[in-house]
Design a protein around this ligand. Sequence first.
Ligand SMILES: C=CC1=C(C)c2cc3[nH]c(cc4nc(cc5[nH]c(cc1n2)c(C)c5CCC(=O)O)C(CCC(=O)O)=C4C)c(C)c3C=C
Ligand SMILES: [Fe+2]
Ligand SMILES: [Fe+2]
Length: 327
Amino acid sequence: MTQSASPSPDTAVVLVNLGTPDAPTAEAVRRYLGEFLSDRRVVALPRLFWLPLLHGIILPRRSPKVALKYASVWLDGGSPLAVYTRRLAEGVQREMPDVLVVDAMRYGNPALTKVLEDLRGRGIRRVLGLPLYPQYSTTTTATVGDVLARETAMQVRMVDDYHVDPGWVAAIADSIREHRARNGAGDHLVFSFHGLPKRVIRNGDPYQRQSEAGAQAIAKALELEPHEWTISYQSRFGAERWLEPATTTALAALGERGVQRIDVVAPGFAADCLETLEEISMELADEVAGRGGTLRYIPCLNDSPAHARVIAGVARRGLDAWPMAQA
Ligand SMILES: C=CC1=C(C)c2cc3[nH]c(cc4nc(cc5[nH]c(cc1n2)c(C)c5CCC(=O)O)C(CCC(=O)O)=C4C)c(C)c3C=C
Ligand SMILES: [Fe+2]
Ligand SMILES: [Fe+2]
């Protein structure tokens, strides 16, 4: 949670991110992944099959390995996802002094349920939930809605997505321009989004369509030609078929075409985290280097003032669409 705003506001904006372990240890990773991967919206397998598999085999094997990965990106203030989300909330609070702005995590800490409890105790009457997922997915955004829907003491609304918000598109395009001004333009730009099982999309999830629309809007803002950019999906998990092309496959295909300098941006992530700092900047960068190329990772908007302005704009529109009831 962040600091409080001006004299006791009755409205709060809660920025909600996915969640992350409290420490880069096997035990903390196990606790966090156990909560995250037990959500039926995330893994839809029958409970009687999945929970024993998760707790008996997957968590004991995966947690120590994943803890080492977290250790390789850990910051002084904690997990990057937690640090950037907290600092972003502080930045948005400065942009919106008339409301209280706090951060929360859907899994792990600061737990969304506890944050809501705290807001109730502080006399907050209405809460705007703002999941820090630019694209809507039932596996992410809707899980925040599940918790908010249980709130009965305060009025609650939620922002669904901001996948082509003009301010957001401009901020990502600016971050790519800055990267190119500093490092020179790469030969190709890859938009790498977190993947999803294809089944989720077949069942009506708008995530892929929104990811594509966002990438297209950013490419248009940068006046890129179609052959200068690619969209791909990373972080596959489990045995199902996931969205394609996988980022690793897209990078290999570029290598085969002789493309040497590849810029990668991850507009599905509001804040840098294990999936960007370790998977893209380390693992995938090593793969590209092994083929003689270079992968240059363009950081997320994180706690930048530009990002705070974008999120404050999204929150402001959410509140404006919600006229205050007369006392
Ligand atoms: C079936 C499993 C998963 C689905 C579906 C999924 C969707 C999804 N996830 C994000 C954003 C993030 N995921 C992160 C980590 C992460 N994701 C999964 C699995 C699924 N994600 C796992 C098992 C993990 C943990 C790491 C690992 O064990 O490999 C993170 C980073 C968290 C951090 O602490 O840094 C983010 C962010 C989105 C946006 C999404 C659907 C669109
Ligand atoms: Fe994930
Ligand atoms: Fe990963």
